[in-house]
Design a protein around this ligand. Structure first.
Ligand code: NI
Length: 169
């Protein structure tokens, strides 16, 4: 099955994704697809609901495929600690063409499983901290737009609704 990016407006992006109970070949194939889709875009992170799968899996690569060791896969991730603050521009592969500054922690510690089911604790700051927060939000049906002012969010939503009507979304 050829997986592609699901855009804002799709139900799967609004749902709280289900925890992964068993990491099987299906999950391994899903992660392979997610990584491929993320690099093709190109983007620095992707959550499973963005390819239409309501499971708690996310991938990030702040090098966008330039450095193989930057690829991180997290199953059932949760934020265990945060510190500081940053206020930087964010976009989303599911909301192409729009970006806004979003307030995020400056540093984030995330705990989750790797694809072998082993617990891993990862720390990120700057762009990686933003990517962790952004992708984890997707697993809870939350968009970066939910972190901006009502006025900005409403303006973008109206523009997207128009694009949907014109079949350009
Ligand atoms: Ni996104």
């Amino acid at each position: 099955m050829e997986r592609t990016i699901v855009r804002y407006g799709a139900d799967v992006l609004e749902r709280v994704a289900a925890p992964v109970t068993d990491i099987t070949g299906a999950e391994a194939r899903l992660v392979q697809d997610m990584v491929r889709v993320m690099y093709q875009a190109p983007g620095v992170g992707l959550a499973a609901p963005q390819v239409g799968v309501s499971q708690r899996i996310m991938v990030t690569d702040t090098s966008a495929g330039e450095k193989p060791d930057h690829l991180l896969v997290l199953v059932n991730p949760e934020i265990v600690d945060t510190a500081g603050e940053q206020y930087e521009e964010e976009g989303c592969l599911s909301i192409p063409g729009f970006s806004e500054r979003v307030r995020r922690p400056g540093k984030v510690v995330v705990r989750g499983l790797d694809m072998d089911g082993r617990e891993q604790v990862l720390e990120g700051s700057g762009l990686l901290a933003r990517a962790f927060c952004h992708e984890l939000d997707h697993l809870n049906g939350v968009f970066f737009l939910d972190h901006v002012s009502f006025i900005k969010r409403d303006r973008i939503r109206r523009r997207i609704r128009k694009l949907i009507k014109q079949n350009e979304w």
